[in-house]
Design a protein around this ligand. Structure first.
Ligand code: AHR
Length: 502
């Protein structure tokens, strides 16, 4: 190990960024591939409950403590008729699903999904179709889901066996409407107008809801960030959040560059935050628009195999990325980034949850298991609730193909005042060197070390399968805490969770 490589930190309980909105640990289930059919729902499976939901999958989802799940898409929502998915199952139509070119049987729809979300203790984040549809379908849907009774749509829900409204609070106004891949793609002016009018009607039905407007699909869109600015300029008073989506990959097999990609996520968050605040200033508004990073993950492993899939089949294995150890590290870095911007990122969804670019995989009729990325997601979701603190970190840096001054160490810290715990999340991105960390944590007087959990592996390409879990955390990290001085040895390419408690 070279002498220069060491990191120092000051962590003080008064360096608060913001309370963490637990919804940043959200996820996403789209009618895509085997996310629904063969993922969360498989009536013939030995572990299916009476409704056909797989209890083995539910147990894994519950261990992630997912607070909110976005549904039913994604690209799929832009040509979806929600009415197809309610009422007696035998009468539900089969449709061509245009986004992913499959057959949608509609066996699962709004009510079943709301049931499933209740079973896993999560809220639903519902998206409405602003591709092929608009104000009318959206206001009918929210009357169906949220109005108590005594009207056409609410009574229809009751006739379908759901006496109580689902009271869905968070709604997405369409999905990635700037994308040429979207059915019903819209210019910013077209989208701003339909988002404004749809949002207005939906809030007339239920003023307690919160609305998420689409921004640019990602940072490389040619209209980024103008699309976001124009949309907000038109729909500012109706919406509460703007949506961001971002996926990364390592096609060129350059791990140093790959592990730096959360710097692009930081740039994305900062730019969209500035855009929101510019429109706020322009409107002389008191209202702040916050960020919903409602699709993020690694996505590239399955790209080639997806090209081989025949169209118009039911629930084919699409977007089934098998994640390796380096993916888990980048996912950890992305979670750290979300915590670093907890003052503006109030919702985020790991996309997706089961089988489709997911932390959980299943076999039809068979097993369910944890992918490598499951672990950083679980650790942050469980221990990352409270107040996000700003660690003052001095880390050695490197340059990569696309980034300069990449800190080898990324860190976030969350202080839970009620439970009197503080948790540090740390990544060492160095491909060859362990890096010692010295942290001054004197403001946490009376705290002791609970554990130092580490996710590490000699092989960056190691994966988990149904048969073998090669990448899993251990609690043998060697952090020590004495007289307010925390010392830890951060192994090369490792994810670390260091927990202190009073
Ligand atoms: O999550 C997979 C797809 O990625 C979603 O359907 C879409 O919104 C995004 O492009």
């Amino acid at each position: 190990m070279s002498d220069q490589l060491k990191a120092t930190m000051i962590l003080d309980k008064s360096y608060e960024i913001s309370d963490v909105d637990k919804r940043i640990y959200g996820s996403f289930i789209e009618h895509l591939g085997r996310a629904v059919y063969g993922g969360i729902y498989e009536p013939g499976h030995p572990k299916a409950d009476k409704q056909g939901f797989r209890t083995d999958v539910m147990e894994l989802v519950k261990s992630l403590k997912v607070p909110i799940v976005r549904y039913p898409g994604g690209n799929m929502v832009s040509a979806y008729n929600w009415e197809d998915g309610v009422g007696p199952k035998k009468e539900r139509p089969r449709r061509l699903e245009l986004a992913w070119r499959t057959i949608e049987t509609n066996e699962v729809g709004t009510n079943e999904f709301a049931d499933w979300a209740r079973k896993i203790n999560a809220e639903v984040m519902m998206a409405v179709n602003l591709g092929t549809r608009g104000v009318e379908a959206a206001r009918n849907l929210i009357e169906y889901t949220n109005h108590p009774k005594g009207t056409y749509w609410s009574d229809l829900r009751r006739s379908h066996g759901y006496e109580d409204p689902h009271s869905i609070k968070t709604w997405c106004l369409g999905n990635e409407m700037d994308g040429p891949w979207q059915v019903g793609q819209k210019t910013a002016e077209e989208y701003g107008k339909i988002a404004k009018e749809t949002g207005k009607a939906m809030k007339l039905v239920d003023p307690s809801i919160e609305l998420v407007a689409c921004g640019s699909s990602h940072t490389e869109m040619p209209t980024f960030p103008e699309y976001d600015a124009t949309t907000l300029d038109i729909a500012y008073d109706q919406v509460d959040y703007i949506s961001l989506h971002r996926y990364y990959g390592n096609k060129s097999n350059d791990p140093a560059n790959y592990l730096a990609k959360n710097m692009d996520m930081t740039h994305f968050i900062k730019t969209v935050t500035s855009t929101c605040d510019y429109i706020k200033a322009k409107h002389r508004s008191k209202k702040t628009i916050n960020l919903s990073f409602d699709e993020w993950n690694v996505w590239y492993h399955s790209n080639d195999q997806d090209k081989e899939i025949d169209p118009w089949t039911i629930a084919p294995p699409q977007l089934e990325d098998v994640y390796n150890f380096e993916d888990a590290l980048l996912v950890g870095s992305m979670l750290i980034t979300l915590l670093q911007y907890a003052d503006r990122v109030k919702m985020a969804c790991m996309a997706q949850l089961v089988n489709v670019i997911a932390p959980i995989m299943t076999e039809n009729e068979g097993r369910a298991w944890k992918q490598t990325i499951f672990y950083p997601y679980m650790h942050t979701s469980i221990y990352g609730r409270g107040t996000s603190l700003k660690p003052i970190l001095s880390s050695p840096k490197y340059d990569s193909k696309d980034f300069t001054d990449v800190p080898y160490i990324d860190s976030a810290a969350v202080f839970n005042k009620e439970e009197e715990t503080v948790t540090l999340f740390l990544i060492n991105k160095h491909l060859d060197e362990d890096i010692p960390l010295q942290a001054d944590v004197r403001s946490f007087e009376g705290y002791t070390l609970v554990e130092h959990t580490v996710l590490e592996n000699e092989d960056l390409k190691a994966v988990n399968t149904a048969q073998r879990e090669s990448v899993k955390p251990h609690n043998r990290g060697e952090a020590t805490l004495k007289d307010g001085k925390l010392e830890a040895f951060l192994k090369k390419t490792s994810w670390n969770v260091i927990r202190l408690k009073k």
